[in-house]
Design a protein around this ligand. Structure first.
Ligand code: 8YV
Length: 318
C-alpha cells in the first residue's frame, strides 16, 4: 500500500513510525516543515496519523479532500475535530483499553508520591540531610477517601486499585452508572468536599474545560490532594497554582498541563507538588500495544474498510 499517502501531525512514536513507513508513504509533518510541498501532496493524502495530544482542526481536514481516516495513537482525541471529520465521512480511531492499567498505575503512583512526599524523601537522603533529623510527617493514603472525576475505563481501573488500599470510592460523571458499586456525587465540587484525594480522569475538550476550578479546589480543602492524569485543560491551572501557593489545598500530583510541554515556573517551584511529563501510558509494553493498534486501524481500514477501535462517535450503530 506504499501508494497510500499518510500525513503525520506529530513526531510519531519510534514503535509506530517504522510500521507505517513499511506499508504506507509517510509524509512526516510536511504541512509544518514544507507548506509548498504539502500543498502539492495534500490532494493525495488519505490518512492522518496523530497522537493523543495532536491537533487535527477542521482547517486541516478541509485541505485534504481525499482524507478517509484519522488514526490516533492514544485514547484521548480531544484535539481532533471529530464533527468536521464525520461531516466529511472521515473515520476517526483511537487506542482505548490497552493503556488503562498504565494510566491507573500512574494515578496511584502520583497520589502516593504526593501524599508521602516521595520526591522530597529521595532528595532528603541523596542530599545527606537524614543525619540532621527526620523528615516532616506525611499524609496517609490507605483507608482515605478517593473521589474520581470521570468513571470510564481508566477511572474504573483506578477505583479497583483504590479498593485494594481500603479506600472508599465515590465518583462524579455526567450521570450515575447503575452498574457500578460506588457512590455517585452530582458535581465535582460536592465530590471534592467529601474526598481526601481527588483524581481527575475525564476526557478533555470543551465539555470539561476548567471543570476543576477555584471552587472545587476550595472544597477539596487544606489537606486534600489533587491528581490529574486526564488533560491539562480539565483543571484551571491558574486557580490551581493559587490554591497551592495559598494552602487552599494540600498538594497535587500532575501528569498533564495546560500548555505542554511548558509547565509554569510557579508550578515547578512549589515543593508539595509532584510533576510528570505526560507519561500515563509511557511504558514499553503499553506504547507497543498502542502502536500496534494505531497501525492495525490504518492497515485494516485500507485492506477491507474495517477498523478495530473507532472513536464512539464513528462507531457503526446497531
Ligand atoms: C498520549 C494520551 O497519546 O492516550 C492518551 O490520550 O494522552 C497519551 O497516551 C501518548 O503520550 C502519545 O503521545
Amino acid at each position: 500500500m506504499s501508494h497510500i499517502d499518510v500525513l503525520s501531525v506529530t513526531k510519531l512514536s519510534p514503535l509506530l513510525e517504522p510500521q507505517i513507513r513499511a506499508v504506507f508513504n509517510l509524509h512526516d509533518r510536511l504541512h509544518e516543515t514544507d507548506p509548498a510541498a504539502f500543498a502539492k501532496i495534500a490532494p493525495q493524502i488519505r490518512a492522518i496519523a496523530a497522537s493523543g495530544e495532536s491537533k487535527v482542526p477542521a482547517a486541516l481536514i478541509e485541505q485534504l479532500p481525499a482524507l478517509e481516516i484519522i488514526s490516533v495513537f492514544g485514547v484521548g482525541y480531544d484535539g481532533v475535530d471529530v464533527a468536521a471529520a464525520k461531516a466529511r465521512g472521515v473515520m476517526v480511531t483511537h487506542t482505548p483499553n490497552v493503556l488503562n492499567d498504565d494510566v491507573a498505575d500512574l494515578a496511584m503512583g502520583l497520589m502516593l508520591a504526593a501524599a508521602r512526599q516521595l520526591p522530597a524523601a529521595d532528595r532528603y537522603v541523596k542530599d545527606g540531610k537524614w543525619p540532621t533529623g527526620p523528615m516532616p510527617l506525611a499524609r496517609k493514603v490507605s483507608g482515605a477517601r478517593m473521589g474520581i472525576v470521570g468513571i470510564g475505563r481508566i477511572g474504573q481501573a483506578i477505583a479497583q486499585r483504590a479498593l485494594a488500599f481500603n479506600m472508599s470510592v465515590a465518583y462524579t460523571a455526567r450521570s450515575a452508572k447503575a452498574d457500578l458499586p460506588f457512590k455517585y456525587v452530582a458535581t465535582p465540587e460536592a465530590l471534592a468536599a467529601e474526598s481526601d484525594y481527588l483524581v481527575v480522569i475525564t476526557p478533555g475538550g470543551a465539555a470539561t474545560r476548567k471543570l476543576i476550578n477555584a471552587d472545587v479546589l476550595k472544597a477539596l480543602g487544606t489537606k486534600g490532594i489533587l491528581v490529574n492524569v486526564a488533560r491539562g485543560s480539565v483543571v484551571d491551572e491558574t486557580a490551581l497554582i493559587e490554591a497551592l501557593q495559598n494552602g487552599v489545598i494540600g498538594g497535587a500530583g500532575l501528569d498533564v498541563f495546560e500548555n505542554e510541554p511548558n509547565v509554569p515556573e510557579a508550578l515547578r517551584a512549589l515543593p508539595h507538588v509532584v510533576l510528570a511529563p505526560h507519561i500515563g501510558s509511557g511504558t514499553t509494553q503499553t506504547r507497543q500495544a498502542m502502536a500496534d493498534l494505531a497501525f492495525n486501524n490504518l492497515n485494516s481500514y485500507f485492506e477491507n474498510k474495517t477498523v478495530h477501535t473507532p472513536v464512539p462517535e464513528c462507531a457503526a450503530k446497531g
